[in-house]
Design a protein around this ligand. Structure first.
Ligand code: NAX
Length: 331
């Protein structure tokens, strides 16, 4: 039998946490034959609720779940973890300035970076979900210099999956037959959902999404804004933000990273930019990636047309501004 993998979920008493921990305990994230030990972190006001989640995990009698740590102590939570899913953060409240929210998250991610750096297992893989996800991940990277930058990522897989979902609805095809959409840039409404390289599996082979949809107007306007604004649409409908889809996409992100992407398929991940596609180096930016042997690599050489170029640059610009704002909170 395999040794258990320790998976940290911060903000585990929250909405996404509640959807995510049972998925992890059922093997959705790391596979049906991989035992896990869950480490759950939240803050003191949520300690009782966190303990309630722990009680439910016990009650669910998950065969793969070999232990549960539920704590408000970041050091205890981070000790020995192999995977860290950072869902905890400070939400923007009405009337708050952007800078105030950034400042709260910078201080959370700075201190949790240190806890991970000192106490996580070597080669721990980190996924930041909490917003501003790209910039929280960048702060985490800066304050955990001994964690390889390749191990620090943020979640844009939900946006990626939303793009696949929109194409599948539009064409009335199975979502599992749609692939290679791309989310470029920030996990915010400046992101660029790109279908220029996306395909649909048909009995006659893979066909470009552009050819099948045959409506560039829709693809260049409504499709993009629907994906960009989907989070807001969910809040409007549900009165709460996306949770089950965020949790499921976080599992997809880690599973593909650890177990690999299928041949010929790429997915979107927020990763540390090396300057590929002329995106400024030193930002956490969402790119198309493939994964193999536990490592992601950016898909290279895709042609970028003028329309796309502008959109890649716009979202990079927003991330540079967020980075500046985050740094201004440090001084
Ligand atoms: P909730 O408010 O339900 O849960 C957040 C939890 O984090 C709370 O239990 C809170 O006590 C805890 N927390 C706060 N500070 C903490 C700290 N310093 N250490 C540990 N835990 C702490 O929010 P939820 O709906 O679960 O969303 C969580 C985060 O995901 C938010 O930042 C949200 O904006 C972000 N999202 C990101 C998405 C993405 O695709 N990247 C999509 C979904 C979601 O909107």
């Amino acid at each position: 039998a395999k040794d258990p993998v320790r998976v940290l979920v911060t903000g585990a008493a929250g909405q996404i946490g509640y959807a995510l921990v049972p998925m992890i305990a059922r093997g959705i994230m790391l596979g049906p034959d991989q035992p896990v030990i869950l480490h759950m972190l939240d803050i003191a006001p949520a300690a009782e609720a966190l303990n309630g989640v722990k009680m439910e995990l016990v009650d669910a009698a998950f065969p793969l779940l070999k232990g549960v740590v539920a704590t408000t102590d970041a050091v205890e939570a981070c000790t020995g973890v192999n995977v860290a899913v950072m869902v905890g953060g400070f939400p923007r409240k009405e009337g708050m300035e952007r800078k105030d929210v950034m400042s709260k998250n910078v201080s959370i991610y700075k201190s949790q970076a240190s806890a991970l750096e000192k106490h996580a297992a070597a080669n721990c893989k980190v996924l930041v979900v909490a917003n501003p996800a790209n910039t929280n991940a960048l702060i985490l990277k800066e304050f955990a210099p001994s964690i390889p930058e390749k191990n620090i990522t943020c979640l844009t897989r939900l946006d990626h999956n939303r793009a696949l979902g929109q194409v599948s609805e539009r064409l009335s095809v199975q979502v599992s037959d749609v692939k290679n959409c791309i989310i470029w840039g920030n996990h915010s409404s400046s992101q660029y959902p790109d279908v220029n390289h996306a395909t649909v599996k048909t009995p006659a082979g893979d066909k470009p999404v552009r050819e099948l949809v045959a409506d560039d107007q829709w693809l260049n306007t409504e499709f993009i804004s629907t994906v960009q604004q989907r989070g807001a649409a969910i809040i409007k409908a549900r009165k709460f933000s996306s949770a089950l889809s965020a949790a499921s996409s976080a599992c997809d992100h880690i599973r593909d990273w650890v177990l690999g992407t299928p041949e010929g398929t790429w997915v979107s991940m927020g990763v540390y930019s090396d300057g590929s596609y002329n995106v400024p180096a030193g930002l956490i930016y969402s790119f198309p990636v493939t994964c193999k042997n536990g490592e992601w690599s950016i898909v290279q050489g895709l042609p970028i047309d003028e329309f796309s170029r502008k959109k890649l640059d716009l979202t990079a610009q927003e991330l540079s501004e967020e980075k500046e704002l985050a740094y201004s909170c440090l001084s």
